[in-house]
Each structure stands twice: as structure tokens, then as C-alpha cells.
Design a protein around this ligand. Structure first.
Ligand code: BTN
Length: 239
């Protein structure tokens, strides 16, 4: 297992503070209170955070576990999903799908996840990418994959990181209309996909019918009712 070379990243991105930890509880916590643009990286997280209070499996030396301090923006989670999917494709050649709003999928399984937290007027964007894991715990095995499992060989985490940092910058600067145009092009989930969605008052099933101007997902149930989905919990029906 080769450790990340934080000095190389500092040379490549000289205007950024880049902190690199061998073991940390969560890069999200370490990013709190840091200056805009700061990147926190870890080889391993002992309390990696996922969405909805879940944990993020953060095996040592295998994945990318990164948090970046950003200015809050309305469609930031979608922008980070687009940046991550594009980076994976440009650095590895693997084409990804985006499960609205920001799960990065390969072969129907999740290969990367995004978590955005707001605190004290700044946003912390957390990105976890499964790069070289060779297996996952039993409870994740049907849901998660890594680039290595998908392709059958390892990838350089540094190559991915060197593409990811500028991609985050580029997508976060894009106006909302560009994000709303690019997202459906990158995501098979935004239109015509039969999905099941966990809602606070139960589960609904229907076919996706595009995004609203606010980036919400429209799901049309079989009785013709449209429901706007404002948070995640979307999965392919029958999966
Ligand atoms: C998800 O549930 O899909 C979001 C996963 C986000 C994981 C990343 S790993 C780097 C950063 N630090 C964390 O504790 N979580 C995010």
C-alpha cells in the first residue's frame, strides 16, 4: 500500500492548505473551522461519516477520504457528484452513473459518496471514493464496489486526487443552469427510471420525471401523482 504524497499535492496546488492524516476519526470534523479551500485527506478514518447518520467504510490506504472547505452554494452536492464522476472517468477510463443527488455508481453499485455539511457560514464537502478495496464487509457487499473490483486491477489514488481537486473547483464555480443541464446527461436516474424512494412517511415507487429548477427530483407514481424528492434515499426499483 502506497501512502498519498501530500507534498506533491502541495506543489501542484500551492495556494491551498493541504492536511494529510494517517488515521483520523473523520476528515469532516477536521475540516470544521479551517480556511476556505483547505483540503483534509486521510489514509484511514475510524469514524467516517456517511449521509443520514450512516458510517462510511474507510479501510486504510485503499480509498480516497477527503474533505474540502467551500463557500456554500445551492446545488453544491450535485456539483460535487458531477466533479467526482467526471474525475473517475478522466483518471481511470471507468464511466460512472450518478444516482440522484450524488451517489456515484459503477455497475449498479456505489463507488463513491458525497456528504455536504454546513457550519458557521461555510460548507464542508466530503468525498469518499472506493479505489483499491478488494472486498467489503458482508452488509455492504451487494451495495458497494471499488474501482479495483470493477476493473480487476489497482489504480493510483494520487492520479485521481490530482484530477479531483481542480474538478471540484471547476464544478463549484459553475452556474446553477449548467449543473442542471449537465446532471441529467451524467445520470440515468433523472428521467424514465423506475425507482423506490424512502420518504419520511413511507416508501413511494414511481418513474423519475426530471429535475426542478431547485435540483429536486420529480417522481411520477402510477396513479399520476408527482412527488418532489428533496433529499436522497432513491434506489432502482427491484434492486
Ligand atoms: C454517503 O453516505 O454517500 C457520503 C459518504 C461520504 C464519505 C466521505 S469520506 C471523506 C469524508 N469524511 C467523512 O467522514 N465522510 C466523507
Amino acid at each position: 500500500m502506497q501512502s498519498l504524497d501530500a507534498n506533491l499535492l502541495r506543489k501542484a496546488f500551492p495556494s491551498r492548505a493541504i492536511e494529510h492524516y494517517n488515521t483520523i476519526d473523520s476528515t469532516m470534523r477536521a475540516a470544521a473551522g479551517r480556511a476556505l479551500g483547505t483540503v483534509i485527506l486521510a489514509e484511514q478514518q475510524t469514524a467516517g461519516q456517511g449521509r443520514y447518520g450512516r458510517s462510511w467504510h474507510s479501510e486504510a490506504g485503499s480509498g480516497i477520504y477527503l474533505s474540502i472547505v467551500l463557500r456554500p452554494a445551492r446545488l453544491l452536492t450535485m456539483a460535487l457528484g458531477l466533479a467526482t464522476a467526471e474525475t473517475i472517468t478522466s483518471a481511470t477510463g471507468i464511466v460512472c452513473d450518478l444516482r440522484w443527488p450524488n451517489d456515484v455508481m459503477v455497475g449498479g453499485r456505489k463507488v463513491a459518496g458525497i456528504l455536504v455539511q454546513l457550519s458557521d457560514g461555510i460548507a464542508i464537502g466530503g468525498i469518499g471514493i472506493n479505489v483499491n478495496q478488494s472486498a467489503f464487509p458482508r452488509e455492504l457487499a451487494q451495495l458497494a464496489t471499488s474501482l479495483r473490483i470493477h476493473a480487476g486491477h489497482e489504480f493510483s489514488r494520487m492520479d485521481i486526487l490530482q484530477a479531483l481537486i481542480p474538478a471540484v473547483e471547476r464544478f463549484r464555480e459553475m452556474p446553477d443552469d449548467a449543473i442542471l443541464r449537465l446532471f441529467p446527461e451524467a445520470s440515468s436516474y433523472t428521467r424514465g427510471r423506475r425507482v423506490v424512494v424512502d420518504q419520511p412517511d413511507g416508501i413511494i415507487e414511481g418513474v423519475t420525471a426530471g429535475l426542478t429548477d431547485a435540483g429536486y427530483l420529480r417522481v411520477r407514481q402510477d396513479d399520476g401523482t408527482d412527488t418532489l424528492i428533496v433529499a436522497g434515499g432513491v434506489r432502482a426499483a427491484g434492486a
